[in-house]
Every structure is written in C-alpha cells, then in structure tokens.
Design a protein around this ligand. Sequence first.
Ligand SMILES: Cc1cc2nc3c(=O)[nH]c(=O)nc-3n(C[C@H](O)[C@H](O)[C@H](O)COP(=O)(O)OP(=O)(O)OC[C@H]3O[C@@H](n4cnc5c(N)ncnc54)[C@H](O)[C@@H]3O)c2cc1C
Length: 499
Amino acid sequence: MTVDARTAAGVHAGLAPDQDRRAPERGYAGLSWWLEDAGEELVPRPPLDGSMDVDVAILGAGFTGLWTALELLKREPSLRVAVVEREIAGFGASGRNGGWCSGELNISMRTLAERHGAEAAKAVRRTMHDTVDEVGSASAAEGIDACFRKGGAISVARTTAELPAMWAEVEEYERFGFGEQCVPLDRASLDDHLRVPGAAGAVFMPACAAVHPGRLVRGLARAVEARGGEILEQTGVTGFARRGRRSGTLMGRATGSDERATLRTRRGDVRADTVVLAGEAYLTQLPQLHRQLLPIYSLIVLTEPLSDEQWSSIGWQGHECVSSFRLTIDYLSRTPDGRILFGGRGAPYHFGSRIAPAFDRDSDTHAMLRRMFAKWFPTLRGIAFTHAWGGPLGMPRDWEPTFSYDRETGIASARGYTGHGVATANLAGRVLADLITDRRTEITELPFVNHRSRDWEPEPLRWLGARYVQLSMMRLDRLGERDGKAPTGRSLAERLSRH
Ligand SMILES: Cc1cc2nc3c(=O)[nH]c(=O)nc-3n(C[C@H](O)[C@H](O)[C@H](O)COP(=O)(O)OP(=O)(O)OC[C@H]3O[C@@H](n4cnc5c(N)ncnc54)[C@H](O)[C@@H]3O)c2cc1C
C-alpha cells in the first residue's frame, strides 16, 4: 500500500519519489525557534539501509514515538526497537508547539463521564495531572535539560463574554472533586501573576509546566539511542502491513507463511512483532487512517527577548502558561531566554486534509496573532516579533485520544491529542509500553485504551463542516470582544464542536 497519491503530491510536490523529505529553507532549525535553540546541529541521522528485523518498529520520532521507545527499553532493555522518521526527530508538532506541558485535555470531564462513567473521568484527570510531574522527572532521569518549570497555568477571561466559560470550568472541577486544580483568582491575585488590562476574571491551574519542547524531543532521541534503540531518519514510511498468515498455492499444494508486522519504506521494510503508528496529524497520509484525524493548523509568533522593565510592566514574573477562554484558542508561554510565545488556532483547514510546508506560515493568521498580542499587552506595543511558525495537530472526530494495541495484528497506535500532546504523549508511551510488554496496570485501564474514534466525514462534507465551525467560532469571538456577548452554547457550531 502507498501513501495516498493526492496527499503525497500536496506534501512533497515536485520531489522525485525517493526524495520523500524536504528540509525547510533555513534547514530544520528554521521550523521553529525551539529547534533553532535545541542546542545542537540538526544533522539528520543515517537513513534505513535495506530491510531489517526488530522487535518493535515505530513510525515517527516525535514525543509519542520516542516516549514509547524509551519506556519499552526501560521495561525490557534487550528489545530491538527501531524508530523510523521521515525527517528528523522533532520535525512534527513535538518540535514546534507552545511549550505547555499541561494536565488538561481537550475533552471535558463531563463528556468523559457521560461516555465512560464518572470514575473513569476522574481517573483520566488524576493520571493527566501526575503525567505533568512524570515528564519532568522522567526527562531529568535521562539527563535531559528540558527547562521544565512547573509554574501552573492561568486562564484569563479577557472580557465579560468569556466569564460564563470560565465559571463553567470552575464548576466542572468542583463537581468532580478537583476544586483545588482550578482556583478562581480575584483581581489582586491575578495581578500577582500577570497584569492583563481589562481582564474580567481568571483561574489558576497548578498542573502545568513550561518546557522547552525542542530540547525535550531531541534529548529523548538521544536517550532512546543511549538505551540501545535505533533511530532511522530521512526514511519515509509509505505504508504498513499487519501481522498475519499469507496463504497461496504452489504446484497445486496449499502453502502458507507467517508475515511479521511491517513498516514499508522505499529503502526497505522494517519487520517487527509490533508496529507502532505514532505520526499524529501526519497519520492522515496513510490511506487506512486518512479519516481518523483532522489535521488542524496551530500557528505561533514569538517576540524578541523582553527587557527587565518590559517584564515588570506586565508583572509576569513566574513561568505560568497563559491562555484566554476564547473559542478559537490562544496560548502564551515564556521561553527560557525571556521571550513571549503567542499561539492560536484560526488558520484554515485545508481541503482533503492536506498538510504542506506552506501552511506552517499563513501570513494573515500570523498578523492576527500579532494584533491579538497587542491587545493582551498594550504596554509592549512596538516590541519586535522575531519568529513565526506553525504546524498541524491531529483532531479526532469525538475529541478523544486513542492508545491502542492489537496483539493479533501487531499494530499499536497513539494519536488524537488535539493540541494537548506534550504531556499526553508521555502517558501514551507508558500505556503502549505496558500493553506491548503484556503488563496490566492502572493506566492500561484508562478509557482511551483501545478506543477508536469514528471517522471524519468524506470530502467535501469534511471541509464544509470544518470551515463552517472555524468561521463561526471566529465570529462568536469577535461578537464577544465587541459587544461583550457571551456565546450561548446553543448555536449549531458550538453544538457540533461540543466536547
Ligand atoms: C503549533 C502547535 C502548538 C502546540 N502547542 C501545544 C502545547 O503547548 N501543549 C501541548 O500539550 N500540545 C501542543 N501541541 C500539540 C503537541 O505538540 C502534539 O500533540 C504532540 O507533539 C504530538 O506528538 P507526536 O509524536 O504524536 O506527533 P508529532 O510530533 O507530529 O510527530 C510525528 C512524527 O512522525 C513523522 N512522520 C509522519 N509521517 C511519517 C511517515 N510516513 N514516515 C516516517 N515518519 C513520519 C513526522 O515527521 C514527525 O516527526 C501543539 C501543536 C502544534 C502544531
């Protein structure tokens, strides 16, 4: 099987079939400030050189693939693990994100409780909160300096229109017994963290750390190698095959051979007992998974380093991650060298789930983010923005992540974090490692285990639906900002995207 021809044409337009990779203009460091500041030359590791046999073959050297490899090798050091990566470790969302290592998921406790029961919803919440600390301790144990700083998160209702969403969040945390994880802040307490002019309210959520995702993902790749794992870069997977028995006839007699699970590449096959598909948004380029996720672009702008006076003017002294309650999502974090990262959704979904380097830089969306930044921090007007980038994240139809393993077919996968993958990928890695090594643990009982989301609609319905919801959310945010009108939750777009 091969990568869907139309999609591949979108991604690798103009490249000869064997050159299924493309470094950005300024090399891989040009993909994001995080990769530029990763503290190493981003020289690709050697590619696969002919077919090979291993115990576990993993597609994708992002957080999911690398945590899975590392956790497998921690459990069973003698396992042969190979990670097959089309570009370099950290090329995907893992090397480009907002640096929030957060205990939050995109799916609410309410929805999880409706689907799986209140106890399962609470178990997810507790596990996610613990996972934030696990990322800090597991990376430190591997000698990775991921600049992990657990300063919590502040969500600000920037206008009165955002207050109902804020109070709904507070109420949900209280109802499930996690009130201390979402604490309303009065004006003075908010000002102690950050001064946001005109803020109508805010909450503090302690289960969040700021990390340097570039250093984390690159450090994880080295840690996997130090434990004996192999990382094959510049090697695009064109398809995969399940484990099974292939039967046929030879001179009239029935024959059969056992086939191992396989990652197929143009440089050879990687055969294994288990194949792990860890490509998040890019998994949509494999025909079998094409409609499992919606690739949605999140874009980021980054300021120059702030002076001490500028930091004082906004009163942001700690390492809290910051966001608002807008429907279209914005997120801020503070880099280790004193810049502000400002990210948001809002870039359009592309017909046919296309992913292309050009979509990382959407000038209208980047300009909108710079304008939004000025509204957050009027005292920083005139500050220079030095970087702008973006990348695709994977959104499942029911907002619920999947951590799956089927011993019979030998296929495992973790995906569908909808922009909350920095911590979740670590959990996914531990869950997959437990499942593959046949361990039954508390985390293998979570509702995401062996969950499969229903597929997204075929085109053109998918594009029509996605664009309708995206544009409606932007309109509702604009109305809220202009007239203080809170979304009712009853509009079609809000009902379609309820989670
Ligand atoms: C702009 C942006 C901001 C974000 N901000 C945050 C945040 O602040 N906090 C948070 O929790 N989450 C955030 N996310 C989401 C988070 O970064 C991701 O959920 C997470 O990094 C996913 O990790 P992954 O390893 O599953 O996928 P990825 O990091 O996307 O890795 C997939 C890898 O697979 C490789 N690959 C794909 N196809 C193939 C193939 N055919 N053959 C071989 N290799 C292949 C890719 O090159 C890539 O390296 C953000 C995402 C984006 C895009």
